[in-house]
Design a protein around this ligand. Structure first.
Ligand code: ASP
Length: 448
């Protein structure tokens, strides 16, 4: 059931299910029913079991606990027992035969060969995929055969041909997410939530028509539901818009999951396992002409930022001033978010947490190397981004946005409205964040 979204005669779909959707026998049954209900769903990528109830611990977190306990020479039997019990419950309730004790013995043996947490971290996906493959009666294909890393980075050149050649003649497969192997054959994992990336890679490798990402939410929301009550669900969103929204904290998908399929133009559909009839959100290269017209796709934002402010008379005439500032920041390992400038001053907006160990170091390096008139770091900055491909075609939009903020008494500290023509980002002080967010969401409803 694809709802409002178009469908060709014979599409090939790669489905990926998240940990909450595969946490128990009941949710696995539900996911398997979804997969089976459409013959075009040919390849199923799975996460490790997530939480069954709010106080539960995700299998992946327990696996990391085992690793850390072992590294520190502590007893790891407690987290290992919890892992065993969780899988045992799933296996028993699914009514399949699976020699769990043997598998766990192998893991205990093999983990000794690894210094890093990667091998252990990957075993949640591995075991879950083996179990689901048995239950679904589809072949299991190990991600180690498909996904290649060079160091810690995906080796795209090696991976796509491998995926294609291994899966080419297969009707179906269950594939564990989250990991692959490096050039030395060692298990390597993506960053947390990385099964989304695996799904995208498989979709690209087999040249799927659609990558379905099944999760526990109804799709991408046009605003943060913790701030705005019942925000509208987004039906269509472009890859570029999604990138803006998730960068600003509205994340449903792993950030890196978009890139493999964006290059291949494959749409992603976010769907909810708890509401499988609902259409969800479709992420596409270009929003189709017949989609509901709108100017703004969503509003997103984040707190916890700092403004590094530097002032120096005639800064503009000093060629390379900005580059040297950025160099100092980079040298200290701090990524930056924005750099609004004026004639004699510049700001660099960074995450406050990233400054934790190098705040004084950065100030003294800038002082020494650039001799500014004034330098200071102000914490407690928040950013709000209004995102939409159609934004800048709407004349008068900016005046409306700032009138709304003015009416609420919001002090706008920074404006960044890039030439990408698809967003406006404002910087405000953190205590005004929620108020500004709600005011913009309510006041710009007719454009959403
Ligand atoms: N199980 C891994 C994690 O918890 C990967 C994933 O679920 O996507 O991060």
């Amino acid at each position: 059931m694809h709802g409002m979204f178009p469908k060709k005669e014979e599409d090939m779909i790669v489905t990926k299910f998240g940990g909450t959707s595969l946490a128990s026998a009941a949710t696995i049954r539900n996911a398997v029913n979804i997969v089976k209900s459409d013959p075009e769903r040919r390849f199923m990528v799975v996460s490790a079991p997530g939480k069954r109830f709010p106080e539960d611990t995700k299998i992946t977190d327990l696996l990391y606990q085992v690793h850390h306990a072992r590294k520190e020479g502590n007893d790891y039997q407690n987290p290992l027992r919890q892992i065993r019990e969780h899988f045992r419950e799933i296996i028993e309730e699914l009514g399949i035969s699976f020699d769990l004790d043997r598998e766990i013995n192998i893991i205990e043996k093999e983990m000794k060969e690894y210094e890093t947490a990667d091998y252990l971290a990957s075993r949640g996906e591995y075991l879950n995929a083996r179990i689901i493959s048995r239950f679904l009666d589809w072949p299991f294909v190990d991600a180690g055969l498909l996904i290649r890393f060079r160091g810690r980075r995906l080796d795209e050149e090696a991976t796509y041909p491998l995926v294609r050649s291994v899966l080419k003649n297969m009707e179906h497969a269950v594939i564990p997410g989250f990991y692959g192997k490096d050039e030395e054959g060692r298990i390597t994992v993506f960053s947390r939530g990385g099964s989304d990336v695996t799904g995208a890679i498989i979709a690209r490798g087999v040249k799927a028509d659609l990558y379905e990402n099944w999760t526990d939410v109804s799709g991408i929301m046009s605003a943060d539901p913790r701030i705005v009550e019942n925000p509208r669900k987004v039906d269509w969103i472009s890859y570029r818009e999604l990138r803006e929204m998730s960068y600003m904290g509205a994340s449903v998908l792993h950030e890196e999951a978009v890139f493999p399929i964006r290059a291949a133009g494959i749409p992603i559909q976010i769907r909810n396992t708890m509401d499988p009839e609902a259409a969800g959100t479709r992420i596409v290269p270009v929003i189709p002409k017949d989609a509901r017209p709108h100017t703004i796709t969503g509003i997103a934002g984040k707190k916890g930022l700092s403004d590094l402010f530097i002032e120096k008379a005639m800064m503009n005439a000093e060629v390379g001033f900005g580059a040297r500032v950025m160099n100092i920041i980079a040298r200290n390992g701090v990524p930056y978010e924005h750099t609004p400038t004026s004639i004699d001053s510049m700001s660099v907006i960074v995450e406050t947490a990233a400054l934790e160990h190098c705040r004084n170091q950065i100030i003294s390096e800038i002082d020494r190397e650039l001799n500014p008139d004034r330098i200071m770091i102000e914490d407690g900055i928040a950013l709000i981004a209004v995102v939409g491909e159609g934004l800048w075609k709407n004349i008068g939009f900016a005046s409306r946005m700032f009138a709304i903020l003015a009416k609420e008494g919001i002090h706008v500290r920074m404006i960044d409205a890039g030439f990408s023509e698809m967003n406006v980002i404002i910087g405000i002080s953190a205590p005004q964040y929620e108020k500004a967010f709600r005011a913009l969401y309510d006041g710009l409803q007719d454009l959403m």
